[in-house]
Write a protein that binds this ligand. Structure first.
Ligand code: FAQ
Length: 331
């Protein structure tokens, strides 16, 4: 569907000193910046980048779990998983809408994804090999998403922060369902427990990498934190997540395959081992186990959905052409 969008009225005022002063004051007072407010071009650009990457992640992120809908072990699990995957689609749509308020049409953002130009979260380039992986995705991937996104509810850009509130509520349910899948498996047969352990082994490192590169290799963090978009650094959130999941893995009766993972009394945090950053870089560059498969699948789905977009656009045009009838006059 071709989106007709009126760019925010502020676009031509980028040099406006009064606009800059107003923007600086909003940030200093920890207030929201709204679409009609003047904003620096770089603030707009970084938000379009982050929000659209986030939207793409939600959409591509449907694939690993959707792959298990037909093989879920019971009708109840199937219904839950379908609802979860649909939620992720909804998150993608709220986020594309939030990105559009910054003046970039959705078609353009989607083209960036389909052409392979846009990034999306590294985690979704890993396969879901077993049913236990669905549990590990819910617990660790949605868990990392929550740890990262709860602070984003306070992001300075209003439409982004507000979309995060609902997304985080839904992600909390997703995390619980993933944990519960693993809890059941961990209390099942020896094979089921082993399957849960192996899923955790596969997803632990990639889930920790969802928080982004280490702080000293994160080019965007400092400015995004100064603008109150990000509230914590990548490493701070990663640490917070590790501190949260260690007691949870113990409650499952399972463990993380990390010999350096131990409580550090002095720091009041868990120490953990160095992650494989060369693997992370390779996955982000497009060379992960499933990058090609994920994009090809998305492109095919986009092509197959062309008739839906055309029909929706035709319907919208017809609605716009219809004369407005005042029902009070007819009566
Ligand atoms: N994968 O300078 P930084 C979910 C890129 S949603 C790929 O630190 P920033 C729900 C980064 O874009 C998961 N690329 O960047 C779900 C940047 O590239 P650029 C997605 C990554 O933006 C669950 C470059 O590296 N969540 O899971 C990754 O300040 C289950 C330098 O990095 C969000 O998007 C990565 N992991 O911080 C759905 C949350 N990390 O653009 C389905 C919102 C970094 O300069 C199923 N986003 N890069 O070329 C954020 O919080 C931030 O954008 C970070 C990165 C923290 C991801």
């Amino acid at each position: 569907m071709t989106t007709t969008l009126t760019p925010p009225t502020t676009g031509h005022l980028d040099d406006d000193a009064a606009g800059q002063a107003h923007f600086d004051q909003l940030i200093a007072d920890d207030n929201r910046v709204e679409p009609t407010d003047w904003m620096p071009a770089a603030y707009r650009k970084t938000l379009v980048r982050q929000v659209s990457q986030h939207a793409h992640s939600e959409i591509i992120g449907m694939q690993p779990e959707a792959n298990w809908i037909t093989r879920a072990p019971s009708l109840k699990r199937k219904a839950i998983l379908m609802a979860k995957v649909q939620d992720e689609a909804g998150h993608g749509l709220y986020l594309y809408s939030a990105a559009e308020t910054l003046g970039t049409p959705r078609d353009e953002l989607v083209d960036q994804l389909l052409s392979g130009k846009a990034k999306y979260s590294s985690i979704f380039n890993y396969p879901a090999r077993t049913w236990a992986d669905v549990g590990a995705i819910g617990w660790l991937v949605d868990g990392a998403a929550i740890a990262n996104q709860v602070p984003l509810c306070r992001a300075s850009y209003g439409p982004y922060g507000r979309s995060m509130v609902r997304i985080c509520k839904e992600e909390s349910f997703h995390q619980r369902q993933g944990w519960e899948i693993l809890y059941e498996l961990a209390r099942g047969t020896a094979e089921q427990k082993q399957m849960a352990q192996e899923a955790i082994n596969r997803f632990y490192g990639p889930a920790l990498q969802m928080f982004g590169p280490p702080d000293d290799e994160s080019p965007n963090s400092q400015q995004s934190m100064a603008w109150n978009i990000k509230r914590f650094s990548n490493d701070e959130l990663r640490q917070r997540f590790v501190d949260m999941i260690v007691p949870q893995v113990e409650a499952l009766g399972l463990s993380f395959e990390d010999p350096d993972l131990k409580w550090n009394e002095e720091r009041g945090h868990y120490d953990f081992g160095e992650l494989d950053w060369s693997e992370f870089k390779a996955v982000v560059r497009g060379n992960g186990p499933c990058n090609e498969q994920r994009l090809n699948h998305r492109r095919a789905a986009h092509d197959e959905g062309a008739w839906v977009r055309e029909a929706a656009a035709a319907y919208a045009r017809r609605q716009a052409d219809q004369p407005v009838v005042d029902s009070a006059l007819i009566a």
